[in-house]
Design a protein around this ligand. Structure first.
Ligand code: UD1
Length: 302
């Protein structure tokens, strides 16, 4: 039995699909604050518990009979973490401790959890790798870094096996464009559907590593089955500018796209890129969905 916290969410529900396809039994724990039951299939090997990770007793009960945990439940909005740091820490630090401690007590063999590229802040040198300096720019990024430190401590103290997944820019079906953490691609899809121009903050020359959510689910599955310890950057290893991404989106949607430029966002990171050697070689996963193909699948799903 694999416990997936946040399993009704965007990355969570795709990971549940991958786990079910691989033959696992899955228990989802989700408070449905941003996840949706509609994201989950009806399946004989899938069960659901509605609970919050800040409820230690509920987390403890959900560990019964579990061999590995995929912990994705979190307060996911960077902006909310700046506005309400104590509330954010309640989920992202206290909730994490509830999960890792309950897992340890129940003799769970493996924890894979959502860390984030946000731990790096503005990169001093590109491409990033797992040894790059961390300098988070928000409580959210700091909370994820603290998760990584707790996981390292649990390895030292208890020999507890875990891997933190430092996701870069994940896109794909089921990402809610109105959610506070909606990435640029889901916003653009929403604009496209409304036949409205795409808003580009700045000149569009900023770069990001966009990874398709099914590749992320594949990496999560491999991480649960691997014994790799520490943290692992999760991306494609190929960054593109926003304007290049818009060009690919135009090709995927088979239409020309109108763009409206607005001033650059405060605190926006200009360039982001990661090496994926650890993901490719140690985890044995290569992101295989190209940007145009991923965007086509996303457009078709709307
Ligand atoms: C992500 C976080 C951000 C955080 C940063 C730090 C999300 C949605 N964003 O930002 O809060 O500070 O990591 O790690 O989780 N853009 C547009 N038009 C739009 C939306 C975005 O031009 O309508 C631009 C942004 O200015 C940015 C790029 O697209 O340059 C990507 O934006 P986004 O998807 O928000 O991701 P990050 O900037 O990586």
């Amino acid at each position: 039995m694999i416990l997936v916290t946040g399993g009704a969410g965007f990355i969570g529900s795709h990971s549940v699909d991958a786990l079910l396809s691989a033959g696992f039994s899955v228990r989802v724990l989700d408070n449905l604050s941003s996840g949706k039951l509609d994201n989950l299939p009806k399946h004989p090997r899938l069960s659901f518990v509605q609970a919050d990770i800040s409820d230690a007793a509920a987390v403890d009960a959900a560990m019964d009979g579990v061999e590995a945990v995929l912990h994705l439940a979190a307060q996911v909005s960077v902006q909310a973490s700046i506005e309400s740091p104590a509330f954010s820490a309640q989920s992202n630090i206290a909730g994490f401790i509830n999960v890792i401690e309950a897992a340890r007590k129940h003799g769970v063999k493996r924890l894979v959890y959502a860390s984030s590229a946000a731990v790096y802040g503005t990169p001093a040198q590109l491409p990033l790798d797992e040894t790059s300096p961390t300098r988070p720019l928000s409580p959210y990024g700091l909370e994820k870094l603290i998760n990584d430190q707790y996981a390292a401590l649990y390895r030292e103290l208890h020999g507890f096996s875990s891997l933190g997944m430092r996701y870069f820019n994940v896109y794909g079906p089921r990402q809610d464009p109105r959610s506070p953490y909606a990435g640029v691609i889901s916003r653009f899809i929403d604009r496209l559907q409304q036949q409205a121009p795409l808003t580009v903050f700045g000149d569009g020359g900023q770069t990001r590593d966009f990874i398709f959510v099914k590749d992320v689910a594949k990496a999560n599955l491999a991480a649960l089955q691997s014994s790799l310890q520490g943290v692992c950057n999760i991306g494609t290893g190929r960054s593109v500018t926003l304007l290049q991404m818009i060009d690919s989106l135009g090709q995927a949607a088979s239409r020309g796209l109108q763009v409206d430029h607005q001033p650059a966002r405060d605190g926006d990171i200009r360039e982001s890129a990661t090496q994926v050697t650890r993901m490719n070689q140690s985890l044995g996963v290569v992101a295989s969905v190209g940007l145009i193909d991923g965007l086509k699948e996303l457009v078709a799903s709307c």
